[in-house]
Design a protein around this ligand. Structure first.
Ligand code: PMP
Length: 460
């Protein structure tokens, strides 16, 4: 038996059986995977698409609402939802219509339209920050906010929490080991030492936070209100308030990245918990699944940004490169989709549907853990819930990581996929969307129950 309560030998034979089942059930996916190997590096359009629990990629034919269909004709209930990109369901009707409307009216011009003004007004009203910028992805938003933070404070060091993820921003790719900042393992082609200008400390550790800020060189703390990328880790009471007070005390900015936690409330945790950041970031679902990111800032930051731009452009010819923005940022298609999403899809009614379902799911996970006598726990936040292979919910990224059991996790995910249910890969997170039903939730719980019953019956 391992700490997860399940024998490795049982997981191995269970996995072998499920892999066989997948290959038998999915001849079209298997054939496409074979074909793809000749033209796509690693047989997939982005290499991490080969890292799921399935023995070859599962090829999708179409998706709508809380469901998608694979090329072999199987239907799936989707609790992954593009890892939040389609948190409001696949192709919500108003977004699909907006895309169709814009499709014939120009997709990108490098100029704003009325949609941009409407979106700015909607974002300001919803998230409480007065000024906005629109990017192509959450990664881009974080990268640009970091540039602004360094320019405004004229300090270099970025502070992040150990186990964080904020997109493929170089500066966040650090971990904390024995109190030291070290480069994150697995990075490809990293030429310079990331620990020079980035510092990593444990989440929920006020003493480490103050010590890191007291060095006086931190431009900003970039954080999620709850960690969601190393398993979920909730903030302890008062921790986020300390983040605000201590950053202010030591002259650093507070950047809140709500790309995942936007599932908690229509205004994110920022509104729900009154977080008062200097900068606020969201990506993924903000335009209903069309690539788009945003960041907002306070009036004080907007003023400081103007001054920073003036400083930077001294001696240049008036249109120097700021190091921000990609050509397709804020393109007409994304703006029209975001407007439809904000106005018609990302509504209080959507959240009122999603939140109780996530609670039902979390309660179901807890029941299963009790029924099977497992020393696991459940972490719940808004429309998200997750079971973790540790008896107590983790308080830091390191604790959450220590609870990882990749083979077991992959075995359970594959069992669910083989029976028409998808949850977020690489950990055990689930997300409910406005099209998820109570019956969908109950089916996930019943199927996981069967998986655990079968797994625990295998002699270890
Ligand atoms: N911030 C957070 C909190 C995220 O979870 C992610 C992606 N998982 C990102 C930023 C980056 O999003 P994208 O990959 O769409 O740029």
């Amino acid at each position: 038996m391992t700490a997860s309560g399940i024998s490795p030998a049982a997981v191995e034979s269970f996995t072998a059986r499920e892999r066989q089942r997948f290959l038998q059930q999915n001849p079209q996916s298997v054939a496409l995977a074979e074909r793809a190997r000749h033209s796509l590096f690693g047989g997939v359009p982005m290499h991490w698409m080969a890292d799921w629990s399935t023995p070859c990629p599962l090829f999708v034919e179409r998706a709508r609402g809380a469901r998608f269909y694979d090329v072999d004709g199987h239907e799936y209930i989707d609790f992954c939802l593009g890892d939040t990109g389609t948190m409001f369901g696949h192709s919500p009707a108003p977004v699909a219509q907006a895309i169709a409307e814009q499709a014939g009216n120009g997709l990108t011009t490098m100029l704003p339209g009325e949609d941009a003004v409407v979106c700015g007004e909607l974002l300001a009203a919803r998230f409480g920050l007065p000024y906005w910028q629109v990017t192509a992805t959450a990664t881009d938003s974080n990268r640009y906010v970091l540039r602004w933070a360094r320019a405004i404070t004229q300090r270099s060091t970025l502070l992040v929490f150990d186990g964080c993820y904020h997109g493929t921003v170089d500066d966040v790719m650090v971990r904390c080991r024995d109190g030291q900042t070290v480069p994150r393992s697995g990075l490809v082609g990293q030429a310079y030492d990331l620990t020079q200008y980035s510092r990593s400390i444990p989440f929920n550790d006020v003493a480490a936070l103050e010590a890191a800020l007291a060095q006086g060189d931190v431009c900003a703390l970039l954080c999620e209100p709850a960690m969601t990328n190393i398993g979920m880790v909730l903030p302890e009471p008062g921790f986020l308030q300390q983040c605000r007070e201590l950053t202010q005390k030591y002259g650093a900015l507070l950047i809140i990245d709500e790309t995942h936690t936007i599932s908690t409330d229509i205004g994110g945790c920022t509104q729900l918990w009154d977080l008062d950041p200097d900068f606020f970031v969201v990506g993924k679902p903000i335009a209903g699944g069309v690539p788009c990111g945003i960041f907002g800032c306070s009036a004080a930051m907007a003023e400081a940004m103007q001054q920073a731009r003036q400083r930077a452009s001294e001696g240049s010819h008036g249109h120097g490169h700021s190091g921000m923005g990609t050509t397709l940022s804020a393109n007409a298609l994304a703006m029209h989709a975001m407007r439809a999403n904000l106005e018609q899809v990302m509504t209080p009614a959507a959240y009122a549907h999603m939140l109780p379902l996530a609670k039902r799911l979390a309660d179901g996970f807890r029941r299963l853990i009790g029924k099977h006598g497992l020393h696991w726990s459940v972490t719940e936040l808004g429309a998200r819930s997750e079971f973790q292979f540790c008896a107590q919910p983790p308080k830091t990224g390191a604790e959450a990581e220590a609870a990882f059991h990749d083979e077991l996790q992959m075995a359970l995910h594959l069992y669910l996929i083989n029976r028409g249910i998808l949850i977020t890969p690489f950990h055990n997170m689930t997300l409910c969307c406005p099209d998820t039903s109570a019956a969908d939730v109950d089916r996930l719980i019943a199927t996981l129950d069967e998986a655990l019953t079968e797994l625990l019956a295998i002699p270890g």
